[in-house]
Design a protein around this ligand. Structure first.
Ligand code: B12
Ligand code: SF4
Ligand code: SF4
Length: 344
């Protein structure tokens, strides 16, 4: 059954996948519990709610026994970026249409084939938002090791990939086993993280991570972190673009340009930030409808623009920042931005 399953998946053009039992790694579970107990998850309370399912997947995924884990790479295509994003510093994964829908579409034909070929068995597709320890499953499926930045890394293809899985009721018993740890004495990601969010032993303090502060958080960033966030408008890639394993795959120069502490303030940067501050809620929602940036909501998009304007000291946008200082939700951050911009 396992080789028939493998064959069906390969026949649809998928090469980078592996199998993991849905039940397993207590070590990973202990780490997850510890991470929550240390309150490193901030406002992401859904991760606390997911704990009981992560402990006992059968309570939620009923008949499912195996996770077929996939690496899906996101090398971005600048030609497909909408105009407004070119001036904004956006994490690579978010420069393309939202991957939740995109991957569900991509995997739909495979799901149908599997359901057809293995009648009586069950299959379901998941990425990111289900209560699954995705990195742990993918690690046990042999798709990579946990880097010191906590990302799963593959020695041939780097770490710029999403993890997706098809859960199945088929009990697969042929596992590849974990990928060996290849971080060695390297410590680049830890040293390069702008907000010192990478803690010892592969834990991330989400409350300090720019990705959390610009995407998941519903509040203005802590004042002590604002200047460290530089010009990151949405997400952050630094701990991955400094990684030698990504340099090896994507080229040293390209990765270095993406890890620069601050990018030059061009007309494009000013134009895009101006647009964010001038647009109505409706315009923002409509424009970012199909992109991950939608997750930040109009509040988050304006908040992120204020942080970037303060850090880049863009005087031209001062009148718009002053307007936002009348908005009760953003008042304190706008005042900080005005202070960064200096006196008239
Ligand atoms: C919450 C979350 C975040 C939070 C917290 C991230 C974190 N590191 O904890 C924030 C908002 C900060 C975030 C940021 C990002 N995220 Co995120 N995020 C998630 C989510 C929803 C849950 C992660 C979680 O449970 N964290 C808690 C920690 C404790 O668990 P963990 O990260 O899985 O780490 C495990 C390892 O540390 C492991 N471990 C470490 N050492 C060892 C050793 C052994 C032997 C074992 C067994 C286990 C083990 O134990 C942990 C528990 O399993 C997952 C999707 C999912 N359902 O899993 C995506 C996910 C992890 N994110 C992803 C991505 C792409 C990102 C960003 C790159 C996006 C960006 N560019 O801005 C950044 C990367 C930041 C970083 N360095 O992690 C991808 C990662 C792909 C990959 N190659 O690893 C995922 C898997 C989504 C997906 N489906 O593709 N994310
Ligand atoms: S994504 Fe950025 S802020 Fe978050 S841990 Fe990596 S380098 Fe640090
Ligand atoms: S930068 Fe170095 S320490 Fe960090 S994940 Fe990559 S290899 Fe590991």
């Amino acid at each position: 059954l396992t080789s028939a399953l493998r064959e069906s998946i390969e026949a649809q053009g998928f090469q980078e996948f592996g199998f993991a039992s849905l039940y397993g790694s207590t070590l990973s579970l202990e780490r997850y519990e510890r991470w929550l107990a240390l309150d490193l998850h901030g406002e992401m309370s859904y991760l606390q709610r997911h704990l009981s399912v992560k402990k006992d997947p059968a309570s939620y995924f009923k008949k499912m026994k195996t996770a077929i884990c996939f690496r899906v790479h996101y090398g971005q295509d600048p030609a497909n970026e909408p105009e407004v994003m070119k001036g904004l510093r956006v994490a690579l994964y978010a420069r393309r249409p939202d991957y939740h829908d995109d991957l569900a579409r991509k995997f739909h034909p495979l799901l149908e084939t599997l359901r057809d070929r293995f009648r009586g068995e069950e299959f379901s597709f998941h990425t990111d938002s289900s209560p699954l320890l995705e990195r742990d499953l993918a690690y046990r499926a042999g798709l990579g090791w946990f880097g010191k930045n906590s990302c799963l890394i593959d020695s041939k293809t780097g770490s710029l990939f999403f993890i997706a899985q098809i859960l199945t009721s088929i009990d697969v018993d042929s596992f590849l086993g974990p990928h060996p740890d290849r971080c060695g004495t390297c410590n680049r990601c830890v040293e390069a993280c702008p907000t010192e969010a990478i803690l010892p032993d592969r834990y991330i303090d989400a409350k300090r991570c720019i990705s959390y502060l610009t995407i998941e958080s519903k509040s203005p960033p802590d004042e002590r972190l604002r200047s460290k966030m530089a010009d990151w408008f949405f997400g952050c890639d630094v701990c991955q673009t400094v990684c030698p394993w990504n340099e090896k795959v994507f080229g040293k120069e390209r990765m270095a340009s993406m890890s620069a502490p601050l990018r030059p303030t061009t007309e494009e940067v000013i134009r895009d930030l101006r647009w964010i501050l001038e647009a109505s809620d409706q315009e923002l929602k409509k424009f970012f409808k199909d992109y991950p940036l939608e997750r930040a909501k109009p509040f988050g998009l304006r908040r992120n623009a204020l942080t970037v304007i303060g850090n880049l000291k863009i005087q031209e946008l001062k009148p718009l920042v002053r307007e936002l200082s009348k908005n009760p939700e953003l008042e304190s951050l706008a005042r900080w931005t005005l202070e960064e911009l200096g006196p008239e």
